[in-house]
Design a binder for this molecule. Structure first.
Ligand SMILES: *[C@@H]1O[C@H](CO)[C@@H](O)[C@H](O)[C@H]1NC(C)=O
Ligand SMILES: *[C@@H]1O[C@H](CO)[C@@H](O)[C@H](O)[C@H]1NC(C)=O
Ligand SMILES: *[C@@H]1O[C@H](CO)[C@@H](O)[C@H](O)[C@H]1NC(C)=O
Ligand SMILES: *[C@@H]1O[C@H](CO)[C@@H](O)[C@H](O)[C@H]1NC(C)=O
Ligand SMILES: *[C@@H]1O[C@H](CO)[C@@H](O)[C@H](O)[C@H]1NC(C)=O
Ligand SMILES: *[C@@H]1O[C@H](CO)[C@@H](O)[C@H](O)[C@H]1NC(C)=O
Ligand SMILES: *[C@@H]1O[C@H](CO)[C@@H](O)[C@H](O)[C@H]1NC(C)=O
Ligand SMILES: *[C@@H]1O[C@H](CO)[C@@H](O)[C@H](O)[C@H]1NC(C)=O
Ligand SMILES: *[C@@H]1O[C@H](CO)[C@@H](O)[C@H](O)[C@H]1NC(C)=O
Ligand SMILES: *[C@@H]1O[C@H](CO)[C@@H](O)[C@H](O)[C@H]1NC(C)=O
Ligand SMILES: *[C@@H]1O[C@H](CO)[C@@H](O)[C@H](O)[C@H]1NC(C)=O
Ligand SMILES: *[C@@H]1O[C@H](CO)[C@@H](O)[C@H](O)[C@H]1NC(C)=O
Length: 495
C-alpha cells in the first residue's frame, strides 16, 4: 500500500465508508468540512436535486451558498449564507477552512423544499449571482459587486459584497414584472464554456433557466448574462404541461442539450393543494423528451436536427412538437421529475431517471451516442452487481424517493445514488465505462449514512484543464449529514 492508500483507508474507516476496488480503480476519501447547521425543517431547504448549484469552483476558489441555522436565533427564520475556500494546492491556507458571511436582510420563513438557493458565477466580471426562496413567488435574485470571483485574493469576504434583493433581473428593467418575474420556481445557473461563446458569438458567459407558473402549468424561460452589462432575455423555450428538466448541459462543441419529462395538469380549482405535491404530483409525469440548441437556446432542434422551436418568433417547444419523445413512458409509469443529466467528454448525453414499467421501480440510464442514437438500460438489480452494494442501493428506488446525480470523468460515467429505503441516509457511487457501453456498472464507493437530503456536487470542479476548466479531479459533494451541512471531498485521480 502506498502512503496515499493508507491515508485513504484510515479516512475510510473514520467515515464509515467502503471503497470498493474494481478494474477501473478506486475512489478515495480526502476529507470533509462543515459549512454550517442545516435548518431542521420538515422539507429540506438545502440539497434539492434541482438546485443548480450550491457549490461552484472558479479561479482557485470553491464557493458555497446555503441556509445556515446557526446564523439565526429564531428557528422560524433562515438566512442565506455564502462561503468560500481557497483550493490552490500551492496555498498554505487550510482547505477545510471556509470563510463565510450571512445576508441577514432577507428572512426565509416557509418550510417548503422548493425554496433552495442557486449560485452562479460570471467568469468575466467576477460577479456572484443568487436565486433563492421561490415557489411560485416573485423573483428573488441578488448579485455581488464585480471582481469578487476574479480578484478573489483582494476581496474582504463580507455581506457588503452583495447588492439588495431584486424582483427583476438587472438590465431588463423594461420587462413587465407581472408577466416575466412572478410565479418563479427552480432558478438554475449554467456557465458558458469557451466553445459555447464561440458558437453563439455572444458576449454572455452565464445562463439562467427558470420556471414561470405553477406545477403542471409552468413554462421554462432562458436568460443570458453579459458581463459588466446585465441580463438579456433569450426567451420561452418550453411551454404547456410543465416540462420538468433533468438539467441543461453544453457539450464540448458548444451545443446545449436538454432532457425533460412532461407533467399533465389536473384542474384542482377549489381543492386544498399541498405544498410539496397535490393532484398535480409526480404520478402525472410521462415520457423522456429531448432537444438540442446550437445557438445558445434561441432555436431548438429535435434528435433528427429538425427545427422545432424559435424563441425569437415566440414559438417554443410544446408537447406536440415532432420528434421530441425519445422514450414513451406512460403516466403512473414511475418516472420522476428533475433527476439528472450530464454530458461526457465525447459529447454523449446521459440521463438518469426511473421507471416502474415492468412492475418494479428501477433506476434507468438513457444515453445519446455521438451519432444521435439512444440507448435505455435499467441499472443492475442488487443481485446483478459485483461487488455487491452494501446499501442494496439499486433495489431501493421508490416513485418519489431521493434523486441521484450523474457525472463523467475521463471515459467513465458515474451515478451518485442515495438509498431510497425508509429512513436511510446511505449513499453509493456506481461507475461504468464507455468501453463497456455503459452497461458494466460496478460499485465504486459507498457510505452507510450521512446523506439525509438529495446529494449534490460541484460540477465545475470536475472540468479538467484539457476540457477548458481548472478541475483538480476532486469530487466535492454537498451533503446534509444529520444536522451538519457538509462538503465531502472524494479523490477521482485513480479512476
Ligand atoms: C457524518 O456525521 C457523523 C457524526 O457527526 C460523522 O461521524 C461522519 O463522519 C459524517 N460523515 C461524513 C461523510 O462526513
Ligand atoms: C420568529 O420568526 C417568526 C417568523 O418571522 C415570527 O412569526 C416570530 O414572531 C419570531 N419569533 C420571535 C421570538 O421573534
Ligand atoms: C484544518 O482545519 C480544520 C477545521 O478548522 C482542523 O480540524 C484541522 O486540524 C486543520 N488542519 C490543518 C492541517 O491545519
Ligand atoms: C426577520 O426576522 C427577524 C428575526 O426574527 C425579525 O426581527 C425581523 O423583523 C424580520 N424581518 C422581516 C422583514 O420580517
Ligand atoms: C491585489 O491588489 C494588489 C495591489 O492593489 C495588486 O498588485 C494585485 O495584483 C491584486 N491581486 C489580484 C489577484 O488582483
Ligand atoms: C401567478 O401569480 C399571481 C400573482 O401573485 C397569482 O394571482 C396567480 O394565481 C399566479 N398564477 C399561477 C398559475 O400560479
Ligand atoms: C379549472 O376549472 C375552473 C372551473 O372549475 C376554470 O374556471 C379554470 O379556468 C380551469 N383552469 C384551467 C387551467 O383549465
Ligand atoms: C445539426 O445542425 C447543426 C447546425 O444547425 C450542425 O452543426 C450539426 O452538425 C447537425 N447535426 C447533424 C447530426 O446533422
Ligand atoms: C427564427 O426566427 C427569426 C425571426 O423570425 C428568423 O430570422 C430566423 O431565421 C428563424 N430561425 C430558424 C432556425 O428558423
Ligand atoms: C411498481 O408497480 C407495481 C405494479 O403496478 C406495484 O405493485 C409496485 O408497488 C410499484 N413499485 C413502487 C415502488 O411503487
Ligand atoms: C434489496 O433489494 C431487493 C430488490 O432488488 C429487495 O427485494 C430486497 O428486499 C432488498 N434487501 C434489503 C436487505 O433491503
Ligand atoms: C422510519 O422512522 C419513522 C419515524 O422515526 C418510524 O416510525 C418508522 O418505523 C421508520 N421506518 C423504518 C423502516 O425504519
Amino acid at each position: 500500500m502506498t502512503t496515499r492508500e493508507n491515508l485513504v483507508l484510515c479516512l475510510a474507516l473514520l467515515f464509515g465508508i467502503v471503497t470498493a476496488a474494481s478494474s477501473g480503480g478506486t475512489i478515495g476519501t480526502l476529507g470533509s468540512s462543515v459549512l454550517g447547521q442545516d435548518p431542521q425543517t420538515v422539507n429540506r431547504l438545502n440539497g434539492g436535486s434541482f438546485q443548480q448549484d450550491p457549490l461552484v469552483t472558479f479561479n482557485g476558489y470553491q464557493y458555497a451558498a446555503f441556509y445556515d441555522a446557526s446564523s439565526s436565533s429564531n428557528t422560524s427564520v433562515r438566512y442565506v449564507s455564502v462561503a468560500r475556500r481557497e483550493l490552490s494546492p500551492t496555498s498554505t491556507s487550510n482547505s477545510s477552512t471556509w470563510e463565510k458571511f450571512t445576508l441577514t436582510d432577507y428572512n426565509q420563513t416557509l418550510d417548503d423544499g422548493h425554496d433552495v438557493i442557486s449560485l452562479g458565477i460570471s467568469h468575466t466580471d467576477g460577479t456572484l449571482h443568487l436565486g433563492f426562496d421561490q415557489h411560485d413567488d416573485d423573483l428573488h435574485y441578488r448579485v455581488s459587486k464585480p471582481g469578487v470571483a476574479t480578484n478573489s485574493q483582494n476581496v474582504t469576504w463580507s455581506a457588503d459584497l452583495f447588492g439588495e434583493v431584486l424582483d427583476h433581473l438587472p438590465g431588463l428593467e423594461d420587462l413587465d414584472k407581472s408577466i416575466y418575474f412572478i410565479n418563479i420556481t427552480y432558478p438554475r445557473f449554467l456557465s458558458l464554456p469557451a466553445s459555447a461563446k464561440a458558437v453563439s458569438g455572444s458576449k454572455a458567459d452565464l445562463l439562467l433557466e427558470l420556471r414561470v407558473g405553477r406545477s403542471g402549468l409552468g413554462d421554462d424561460w432562458l436568460y443570458a448574462y453579459e458581463p459588466n452589462e446585465g441580463w438579456t432575455q433569450i426567451g420561452k423555450y418550453l411551454e404547456i404541461d410543465n416540462a420538468y428538466i433533468n438539467g441543461l448541459d453544453f457539450d464540448s462543441r458548444g451545443a446545449l442539450h436538454v432532457s425533460w419529462t412532461y407533467r399533465d395538469y389536473v384542474n384542482d380549482t377549489g381543492q386544498d393543494v399541498a405544498v410539496q405535491a397535490g393532484p398535480n404530483g409526480p404520478e402525472n409525469n410521462h415520457d423522456m423528451d429531448y432537444a438540442i440548441s446550437y445557438d445558445l437556446g434561441k432555436t431548438w432542434k429535435n434528435n433528427w436536427n429538425q427545427t422545432i422551436a424559435n424563441t425569437s418568433r415566440q414559438s417554443p417547444i410544446d408537447p406536440t412538437a415532432a420528434g421530441i419523445t425519445i422514450f414513451s413512458i406512460p403516466k403512473y409509469g414511475g418516472i420522476l421529475n428533475q433527476e439528472a443529466q450530464t454530458i461526457d467528454n465525447e459529447g454523449r448525453l446521459h440521463v438518469l431517471n426511473r421507471e416502474n414499467t415492468t412492475g418494479v421501480e428501477r433506476w434507468y440510464h438513457y444515453w445519446r451516442s455521438t451519432a444521435a442514437h439512444w440507448t435505455r438500460t435499467p441499472l443492475p438489480l442488487p443481485s446483478e452487481l459485483t461487488p455487491a452494494s452494501a446499501n442494496n442501493v439499486t433495489g431501493t428506488p421508490t416513485v418519489i424517493g431521493k434523486r441521484g446525480k450523474l457525472f463523467s470523468h475521463g471515459s467513465s460515467l458515474f451515478a451518485l445514488l442515495p438509498s431510497n429505503a425508509a429512513n436511510s441516509s446511505a449513499l453509493s457511487i456506481l461507475g461504468s465505462t464507455a468501453q463497456g457501453h455503459f452497461r458494466d456498472w460496478t460499485v465504486m464507493w459507498e457510505m452507510d449514512f450521512g446523506c439525509v437530503a438529495e446529494p449534490l456536487f460541484d460540477r465545475y470542479r470536475l472540468v479538467s484543464e484539457s476540457e477548458g476548466g481548472e478541475g483538480d479531479g476532486v469530487l466535492s459533494l454537498f451533503l446534509v449529514n444529520g444536522t451538519n451541512l457538509e462538503v465531502l471531498d472524494l479523490d477521482l485521480s485513480e479512476v
